[in-house]
Design a protein around this ligand. Sequence first.
Ligand code: NAD
Length: 343
Amino acid sequence: MSVVKVGVNGFGTIGRRVALAITLQKDMKLVGVVKRTPDYAALYAASRGIPIYTPTAKEAEEFEKRGIKVGGTLRELLARVDVIVDATPEGQGAKNKPLYREAGVKQVYQGGEKPEVAEASFSTLCNYEESKGRGSLRVVSCNTTGLLRLICTLNREFGVESVRAVLVRRGADPKEVKKGPIDSIVLNPPTLPSHHAVDVRTVLPWLDIKTAAVAVPTTFMHMHHVTLKLAKPVERREVLETLASAPRIMLVSSGDTGIKSTSQLVDAARLSRMGYDIPELVVFEESVAVDGREVMLFQAVHQESIVVPENIDAIRAVASSPLTLDETLKATDGSLGLRKTLW
Ligand code: NAD
């Protein structure tokens, strides 16, 4: 099996998870990560023996002062990899792109970048096979990944004609101490429809979809209320069976577990997992209501981890991996421990 050499630029919320996930893949090698500041995450990377690079030579001195060995600059890392995953803050990826192109490496960007940054937007269950061999891909945002996992799963089985969704978004990630809201429900954005529908259409341009979003004071997860119009009438049982057997979707029964909130989901994950990442899309079983062609449900999205499996698949896609869709799902989800039930 050939091994793809990968670098990760940015070791924040997404970058650190993608980097650690790469270390678990048999067909990938993590060559290094790019860190700008020698903070606790850099100390952790160093303690794991992950080679650390800096954006330019001038940041290296601060790392050395802290006793963190630096492997070189971003340019030097680029000379050693086949694929770079850019997980820097929104807009920085587009600025980094000329450097990546100059180095001739394949690129995987995140959803905070504009779609034009890459040749195509990516979501495994929707377009893994047709994304193979692209020079660059953009893994869509956490909310869009959650929506697309659901839509592409139901579309494959029944056909989806339209989607209307209200997104209740977390105000900040747990480590973002300066972000809010602390006590408000904020129209996010105030204009309708929200940009999430536009983002879904970067992968499914034919879909009639409209979204609205608010931000609330929580760090745990997003919650979506989704209404889909299918191409044909279905039974509730058929929808539940489809969701129960689909990859990367977990049905959670509020009746059986008593879980009816994101905080209880996170608490359950804390009991049963290392950390509390929930890379699965969680659909609340009893919320699934079906009336002819209309399906309504609540789903929860763990914003910090849901895009990690898709990033791993995107690396395989740009590297023209021989793995089929089923094989990449098996390899990624097996190595990351994705489950169909909470435990
Ligand atoms: P983050 O702020 O947690 O991490 C970004 C990291 O990049 C930080 O460690 C920062 O120090 C570093 N950095 C800043 N400038 C840099 C530079 N010039 N070169 C190298 N590193 C630099 O951000 P994040 O939440 O991980 O977001 C990264 C991308 O992922 C964004 O496009 C975002 O929209 C997307 N995304 C975020 C989430 C989420 O919920 N946090 C979910 C899905 C997608």
